[in-house]
Ligand binder design. Structure first.
Ligand code: NDP
Length: 450
């Protein structure tokens, strides 16, 4: 049976590579997930007969659209918009919108594919989707951002709804953008459907703790993994890449648990502060002034700044939390981290470690937490926001935070137990893929060939 399962997976991977030629990020994401599912197909040949993999690697639909908008000088600009609705076997499509010049179909598809299993892992009824645009919000005025969001929503509104597809934020899309997107959806549809977007402001249906959720959730997950291996965050040196939503709140929770966060970065470079980063300064630079990470030197002149995104991984640390973007830890960075004695690497960003980097961590006994498990706190809290919108009430910060903590603990245990059950104890990558897949697979089996 093992040979049949392996042959089935290889066959699907070959086909995925052929029909999605050149979509490197998507192919990498599918390869990672499918390779760890071989033991599942050994135990469940009925999944092969139902062509589950053939169906799950093909999005339900992919929408690509023109987004024309006018800048403050009266010039017309055109960007490309995307929404990939990947799989709704267990609930409405759910996943963020990314505004970044690097966005293309491959990136949106990889993110949407990952989202299917991540959302399943949360234990909440949400399917997988993702969207975005190659629009670059950097340097744009508020009015330009608003006009872009309105044009983007002019098309997107036709494809989403509280029971159909519920987008949220991601890179370049925060509370400001979600506000403009929601405002225009409401205007176009004449419907106050708060559950259509998550990450909203607190005065119009947002959830307390949603801003903090991905970063806090990442640290809750990492803490579980460390404790399980008799390690504590207390006194540990932590390096975090990025300085956006995920990085800032991961840093906040890690500091609360007694760790010392010594470095943060942005796409230009990183800052190193051996005394421990002053997070108040970072929040002012990034959340208020929308400035660059090197501005930190104006607050703490004794800190160091160096250009280059990957250089941050040269810093000796106990725990590394990549929270910027995909592919930021390659095999070279992974080797440096291992040689410097890193104990744990937990992904806050989506797919920040290349497949080779993950192998290096696993072969060197570094505790490794894959994104679809460790950064699921954001979407879990988004689903809690949808629940509050349906109930038309708001839970307190403490209530949401408690639920988040329990969800992250459950995800860890679930991934750990699945890895053990399918013969690879301690392999959280495999365990998370299997646990996320099983629920979706069972739902698909019940729902017939669709
Ligand atoms: P933000 O836009 O708030 O911050 C992104 C950070 O990463 C910024 O510091 C940015 O620097 C840096 N960055 C972005 N692109 C690059 C690049 N190509 N090279 C180097 N640095 C880069 O995004 P989030 O914090 O929301 O998201 C970060 C990651 O976490 C993404 O992978 C996202 O998919 C993932 N994630 C986010 C969730 C959320 O709830 N927000 C939920 C789950 C996952 P600069 O400002 O210079 O561009």
């Amino acid at each position: 049976m093992e040979a049949k399962a392996r042959a089935y997976v290889n066959d699907i991977l070959k086909r995925v590579k052929e029909v999605n030629n050149g979509e490197i990020e998507f192919i990498d994401a599918v390869t990672e997930v499918l390779n760890s599912l071989v033991p599942v197909f050994e135990k469940h040949p009925e999944f092969i007969d139902a062509a589950l993999l053939e169906r799950i690697v093909e999005p339900d639909r992919q929408i690509i659209f023109r987004v024309p908008w006018m800048n403050d000088n009266g010039e017309v600009k055109v960007n490309r918009g995307f929404r990939v609705q990947f799989n709704n076997a267990i609930g409405p499509y759910k996943g963020g919108l990314r505004f970044h010049p690097s966005v293309n179909l491959s990136i949106i598809k990889f993110l949407g594919f990952e989202q299917i299993f991540k959302n399943s892992l949360t234990g909440l009824p949400i399917g997988g989707g993702k969207g975005g645009s190659d629009f670059d919000p950097k340097g744009k005025t508020n009015n330009e951002i608003m006009r872009f969001c309105q044009s983007f929503m002019a098309e997107l509104n036709m494809h989403i709804g509280p029971n159909i597809d519920v987008p949220a934020g991601d890179i370049g899309v925060g509370a400001r953008e979600i506000g403009y997107l929601y405002g225009y959806y409401k205007k176009l549809r004449n419907a106050s459907e708060q559950g259509v977007l998550t990450g909203k402001g607190l005065t119009f249906g947002g959830s307390l703790a949603r801003t903090e959720a991905t970063g806090y959730g990442l640290v809750y997950f990492t803490d579980e993994m460390l404790k399980d291996n008799n390690i504590s965050f207390k006194g540990k040196k932590v390096v975090i890449s990025g300085s956006g939503n995920v990085a800032i709140y991961a840093a906040q929770k890690a500091i609360e648990l007694g760790a010392k966060v010594i470095a943060l970065s942005d796409s230009n470079g990183y800052i190193y502060d051996e005394t421990g980063i002053n997070l108040g300064a970072i929040k002012e630079i990034k959340e208020v002034n929308r400035g660059r990470i090197k501005d930190y030197l104006n607050y703490v002149p004794s800190a160091k700044y160096e250009e280059g995104c990957r250089e941050i991984w040269k810093i000796k640390c106990d725990v590394a939390l990549p929270c910027a973007t995909q592919g930021e830890i390659n095999s070279e960075s992974a080797k440096i981290l291992v040689n410097n004695g890193v104990k744990a690497v937990a992904e806050g960003a989506n797919m920040p470690s290349t497949l080779e980097a993950i192998d290096i961590f696993q072969n060197n006994n570094v505790l490794f937490a894959p994104a679809k498990a460790s950064n699921a706190g954001g979407v879990a809290c988004s689903a809690l926001e949808m629940s509050q919108n349906s109930l038309r009430l708001s839970w307190t910060f403490k209530e949401v935070d408690e639920k988040l903590k329990n969800i992250m603990k459950e995800i860890y245990n679930n991934a750990k137990n699945s890895a053990k059950q399918f013969g690879n104890p301690g392999n959280i990558v495999m365990g998370a893929n299997i646990a996320g897949f099983m629920k979706v697979a069972e739902a698909m089996m019940y729902q017939g060939i669709i």
